[in-house]
Design a protein. Structure first.
Length: 327
């Protein structure tokens, strides 16, 4: 009589074990399926965000091409220079803006096509460094980074013999900078100096003037030791309503003319630009995409993507929380 009861007890335990295993397997399958669904949703949202970013880049190229047809100068009143509000799109938002890269000093101006130092560009850059409170000798190390020779400029220049002694060691490229982030590798550039200098410099593939209509006052004032930054700021303030049509409009101001500047100071500047940076960010659900794209606008109006920078741009300000967009 005890044997049948024992068998029924074993059968009951086996049944419970089978149910437990089946429940565990079902739970694992459901969890994996939910994870797969979530992962697929994230990928779809990321792809959608990138599609919006590419659309933002296309908009930037279109507005820059149209701008050249409308006027021959580039300044703060142009459509491309306006900061548009974030655009609500299904499931999120799209934000971005265009910056004038010729509102900055082109580091590649320091060395000419012949491989020799451009003395006037070097002097301007050194004045800019001093006005920013940075040692002017840094300009020598930057020029050594770019020029084709291996002779360091005394006393603050640096070539392979210096960089080879670092940990880890590396060599100078001895060619124009491809991206301003290379500045971080140059002798004397600390993270603090880089952060301080980066807003005022760029690295473009050809010599470029500085646009008087978009450049900051401290950079324009670096054209001469005689130029007080506060006076430059005051003269530049008019460009918000009426951009300079030509460089002489700035230098022929009576207060600037009274300083008796070197006539060649004007050669550093222009009132139009050909290189721009388009920063675009899109967020769709949990998907985010961002790009910082250098655009080159030719004189015939065509606009092409020159490169996409390795560093993602800082996120543009997001719109207020709504039912259709994330915070």
């Amino acid at each position: 009589m005890n044997e049948p009861r024992r068998q029924r007890g074993v059968a009951l335990v086996m049944a419970i074990l089978v149910v437990a295993l089946a429940t565990t397997a079902a739970t694992a399958l459901i969890s994996r399926e939910a994870l797969d669904v979530e992962r697929t949703g994230n990928l779809i949202e990321s792809d959608q965000a990138w599609a919006y970013v590419e659309g933002g880049e296309a908009w930037a190229r279109m507005i820059l091409a149209r701008d050249l047809k409308d006027n021959q100068t580039d300044g703060p009143k142009d459509d491309w220079a306006q900061l548009p509000p974030p655009i609500q799109v299904p499931g999120g938002y799209l934000a971005g803006h265009v910056e004038d890269l010729q509102a900055r000093f082109n580091l590649n101006n320091l060395v000419g096509a012949d491989g020799k130092t451009d003395a006037r560009a070097m002097a301007l850059f050194q004045r800019l460094l001093r006005r920013l409170g940075i040692e002017a000798g840094l300009a020598l190390a930057v020029a050594d980074w770019i020029d084709p020779d291996v002779e360091a400029r005394p006393p603050d220049g640096a070539e392979d013999d210096f960089y080879a002694g670092l940990t880890p060691p590396y060599r100078t490229p001895n060619q124009p900078m491809q991206d301003v982030s290379e500045l971080r590798l140059v002798r004397g550039v600390t993270p603090e100096i880089y952060d301080q200098l980066a807003p005022y410099v760029t690295a473009l593939p050809e010599p470029t003037p500085i646009n008087l209509n978009t450049a900051p006052a401290v950079l324009v004032a670096a054209a001469s030791e005689k130029l007080p930054e506060d006076l430059v700021q005051e003269v530049l303030s008019r460009r918000a309503e009426r951009p300079f049509e030509k460089t002489a409009d700035f230098f022929q101001d009576s207060r600037i003319r009274a300083l008796q500047l070197d006539a060649k100071a004007q050669e550093h500047f222009s009132t139009d630009s050909h290189y721009f940076l388009a920063r675009v960010e899109a967020r769709i659900g949990r998907g985010r995409a961002a790009s910082a794209t250098v655009l080159q606008r030719a004189r015939n109006g065509s606009v092409r993507i020159l490169l996409r920078l390795a560093e993602a741009p800082p996120a543009p300000e997001a719109p207020a929380k709504t039912d259709s967009a994330p915070p």
